[in-house]
Ligand binder design. Structure first.
Ligand SMILES: Cc1ncc(COP(=O)(O)O)c(C=O)c1O
Length: 452
């Protein structure tokens, strides 16, 4: 298994040939997701045997049966949830990083990789206007980043309050915060002070009022604002929320898992004013910075605070903490072992230059605006709200949930688009999530035509 024998040579040829073909797909076809488990059982039956199976046979099952049963999130026709659109350069480098088995825990083991990852974190920190002292690490996703950051927030609140702290800490969040925030709070046994907003955008004013009206403000540890809500792409009033957090001595966390990449787009950069006050900030390059899964940048204004919370204490790890100046990504989140998942983005940014990223992000924003205009021009449709970033919400007058489901199912069956409906204030609606720079207005029109 670990030597380069005839079977290894065979696998190198056939797996790399498949990978090459996958990389060359342009555009990537949509394919289909859901399958009858019995059908999948039938094709995979017996493959995990005692004696093993010929690699070409196993690869054949993957290429012919399993891969087509996965909707390609990197297709320009994938317009649901939050898509993916990794650059070819980032995908190639991801393969290289996998082959190199880089153990991205510590400077001792992986200084070269960590240095490059930190360059990318610095680039993001600069775009956000965070101080030179800011730093962090790459984690698996926004959920992992939010969890790691809010644990630090809670520990800071605890140490400030000493023995007199509350039984359970709370966090003020907008009503449209991502489900991973709610999940985090449940996992770490904190509660939410949910700030209801009229327009789904957390404002400083609404936050201040909620805290002032609250019976127990001293139990608050943090404020979470979102820079690009998942369902609608709304950027909260970051400057207002930051000011309230500061006035109340609360940790200010910004969840930019989806929308943080808009920091690179001049046309919307002003919406992020105030982000420079964040104590912690999460941005998922596997969403709108065109990196492969899984990759989230987690930044802290003062990384020493995160280090004091997340550093793992084990005698066999003492050696990585011998030199305090050395940067150990493990110290900035709940993880220990980690792949150097920032490296594919580093390579791609270095190859293409930041301006190409700016242009690709702006392309989705432009497409969202043009789509909004197109929707406004069609009498049977209604725009739910002006798009802030790359998400467009609309309603087909007179339709119910079953109509939207039938429309979306048919679009997928015809391999036109993956565009599952969403909901807005209890009503089923249509939702475009634009991210891939090759999604076209022609495709948008074709999808809208089917709403007749
Ligand atoms: C705003 C926001 N926060 C957090 C997350 C969770 O990120 P991940 O899926 O990378 O864990 C998402 C995912 O869509 C998101 O949009």
């Amino acid at each position: 298994m670990h030597s380069v024998d005839a079977t290894t040579e065979q696998m190198i040829r056939s797996v790399l040939a498949y990978a090459e073909n996958r990389l060359r797909l342009d555009p990537v076809p949509l394919d289909e997701g859901s399958r009858d488990p019995a059908a999948l059982d039938a094709v995979t039956e017996g493959l995990l045997s005692e004696s093993g199976t010929n690699p070409d046979q196993v690869l054949g099952v993957y290429t012919s049966m399993l891969a087509p049963a996965v909707i390609s999130a990197d297709s320009p026709r994938f317009l649901g949830f939050i898509p993916a659109a990794p650059t070819k350069a980032s995908l190639l480098f991801d393969m290289l990083i996998s082959c190199a088995s880089i153990q991205g825990i510590s400077w001792l083991e992986a200084a070269g990789a960590i240095h490059a990852e930190n360059q990318v974190l610095r680039l993001i920190a600069d775009r956000a206007g965070l101080p030179d002292s800011a730093g962090g690490c790459f984690v698996s996703g926004g959920s992992a980043g939010n969890l790691s950051a809010l644990v630090v927030a809670r520990e800071m609140a605890k140490s400030r309050s000493g023995a007199g702290g509350p039984q359970r800490w709370r966090v003020a969040v907008g009503s449209d915060a991502h489900s991973s925030i709610v999940n985090t709070l449940r996992i770490v046994e904190m509660d939410a002070l949910t700030v209801e907003t009229d327009d789904h955008r957390l404002t400083g004013e609404a936050l201040r009022k909620a805290i002032e009206d609250d019976g127990d403000p001293s139990s608050l540890a943090a404020v979470v604002a979102t820079s690009g809500t998942t369902n609608a792409g709304i950027v909260d009033d970051l400057a207002g929320a930051a000011a309230v957090a500061r006035d109340h001595g609360l940790w200010f966390h910004v969840d930019g898992a989806y929308g943080g990449a808009g920091l690179f787009a001049p046309s919307v950069r002003h919406k992020y004013d105030g982000i420079e006050h964040a104590d912690s900030f999460v941005l998922d390059p596997h969403k709108w910075l065109f990196a492969p899964f899984d990759c989230a940048a987690l930044l802290y204004r003062d990384p020493s605070l995160a280090r004091s919370v997340h550093t793992q204490d084990a005698s066999y790890l003492d050696v990585i903490h011998d030199k305090p100046a050395e940067w150990n990504p493990t110290d900035y989140a709940y993880h220990l072992t980690r792949r150097a998942r920032g490296m594919p983005l580093w390579f791609s940014l270095a190859v293409h230059g930041v301006a190409a990223y700016t242009e690709a992000i702006e392309a989705a924003i432009r497409l969202a605006r043009e789509t909004a205009d197109e929707i406004r021009s069609r009498p049977n449709l209604e725009l739910v709200r002006e798009p802030d970033l790359g998400v467009v919400l609309f309603r087909r007058k007179g339709w119910n949930t079953a109509d939207y489901m039938a429309w979306a199912d048919q679009l997928l069956a015809d391999q036109v688009a993956f565009i599952p409906p969403s909901a807005w204030e209890g009503e089923t609606i249509g939702r475009f999530a634009f991210l891939h720079p090759h999604t076209t207005m022609d495709l948008v029109r074709e999808i809208l035509d089917r709403l007749a």
